[in-house]
Ligand binder design. Structure first.
Ligand code: HEC
Ligand code: HEC
Length: 365
């Protein structure tokens, strides 16, 4: 009689084996997934293949940037994003690219006339917005840099910006707990080099494309503009577009727009680089996309708002020392035309761009 229940017990145990097995594997799976979750970034910040697909907006030219030498990949973009927001690139780990180039201001620096770098040092130029960089044949207010991949070396080594040497940045990255793995994942190379550092940053910056302002919608289907805005576009096309041509709103050329040089900064733009006297005060035309959210204005941030900019153009030719014939077109606007022009400039703000999930600094990059 006693033998019977034991036998029954054994039987039920065997019967329950599949159940036990399922419970065990579910527990294991749970711990495995939890572990993976800890390893990965928040899904919101994940970058998929779809996220990095390059889309040339209709009407835009072919990019100047040669992607055959630096193909964008999710791992390369994520690495570039981490580097862009990481103060490790500066000497005292205080300043990242993103400290000066703020996403919410189309990667310009709102309310700062001149850039602010390490140790509270003030630079000599206004921080420009970063957008549509793959179409630019040159960079900086004087166009002094001609390749996007070379651009990051300037702020890293500038004593008033990040004040660091490239060798030291590489040493810090090589010793870091995460970067060696991230570089290997992005570029399949063992060593972290200057070229790979700048290529990763370029992959991130290459996708900063602003093409979804209200202006773009209006160009597509003629919708969404108020009467002053569409009148303003006409004023713009007549008076400003020769130097700020659509769709990029810059000709990437150098012009003297009649600004008096600031004696303290002694910045003469192209003249400072070329040493040719007629190049003095010629600066590279900046794009006007997102212009309403990137005050202050001009290479030295001398104008606080767009009213002051338009007033300057309106009065420039009288006090103008004179080497750009295109400038005369920008003057002679009536007060009503100026109001319309200002209304139009506001339609260039692209919040799809500044709120784009891909460019937000992840809290667990
Ligand atoms: C201290 C502030 C500061 C920091 C930090 C900084 N920048 Fe800049 N950036 C500027 C200023 C100012 C300019 C314009 C410089 C000039 O014209 O001489 C500029 C220009 C640029 C441009 C050229 C834009 C154009 O349209 O011409 C790019 C691209 C850029 N920076 C990327 C970066 C990257 C990448 C980093 C990080 C490695 C970085 N910047 C760090 C202030 C900063
Ligand atoms: C002769 C060429 C030329 C014409 C015409 C011209 N611009 Fe400009 N614009 C420039 C250049 C060059 C700069 C940069 C000057 C500097 O910083 O020293 C500039 C700068 C600007 C800025 C400052 C942008 C920033 O990010 O700081 C605004 C705004 C602007 N222009 C609007 C206009 C408007 C509006 C008109 C028409 C009324 C106009 N421009 C006509 C060449 C021109």
């Amino acid at each position: 009689m006693q033998y019977y229940p034991v036998f029954l017990n054994k039987l039920s145990c065997i019967k329950r084996l599949p159940l036990l097995f399922t419970v065990l594997s579910l527990t294991l799976a749970f711990f495995f997934l939890a572990w993976v979750e800890v390893q990965e970034v928040d899904p919101y910040f994940k970058i998929s293949k779809k996220d990095i697909r390059l889309r040339i907006p209709p009407g835009f030219p072919e990019p100047a940037y040669d992607f055959s030498k630096n193909k964008i990949t999710p791992a390369g973009f994520v690495l570039g994003r981490k580097l862009f927001y990481d103060p490790i690139l500066s000497r005292d780990s205080s300043t990242s690219c993103g400290s000066c180039h703020q996403r919410i201001a189309a990667f310009g620096h709102i309310d700062h006339k001149l850039s602010h770098g390490i140790n509270g040092l003030i630079g000599t130029r206004n921080v420009p917005a970063l957008q549509n960089l793959i179409w630019a044949p040159n960079f900086m207010w004087d166009g002094g840099i001609t390749h996007l991949d070379l651009q990051p070396l300037a702020p890293i080594t500038n004593p008033t910006e990040m004040g660091e040497s490239i060798e030291n940045v590489l040493i810090k990255l090589r010793k870091h707990t995460e970067y060696p793995k991230l570089f290997r994942k992005a570029f399949h190379q063992k060593n972290i080099t200057t070229a790979l550092l700048t290529r990763a940053l370029s992959q991130f910056m290459a996708l900063m494309i602003s093409d979804s302002a209200r202006y773009d919608q209006y160009c597509k289907d003629g919708s969404g503009f108020s009467a002053p805005e569409s009148r303003g576009l006409k004023v713009f096309r007549m008076h400003c577009a020769s130097c700020h041509p659509e769709p990029l709103f810059t000709d990437y050329q150098w012009h003297d727009i009649g600004l008096q040089p600031d004696a303290a900064l002694s910045d003469y733009g192209l003249g400072k680089m070329s040493g040719i006297s007629t190049d003095s005060m010629r600066f590279r035309t900046p794009s006007l996309r997102n212009v309403a959210i990137t005050p202050p204005y001009m290479h030295d941030g001398r104008f606080r708002n767009l009213q002051q900019v338009v007033a300057h153009y309106n009065s420039a030719p009288q006090g103008f020392r004179g080497n750009d014939p295109l400038l005369a077109q920008a003057a002679g606007l009536s007060p009503a035309q100026q109001q319309d022009l200002l209304a139009f400039l506001n339609t260039l703000t692209d919040r799809h761009f500044t709120y784009d999930r891909r460019f937000i600094e992840p809290y667990n990059p």
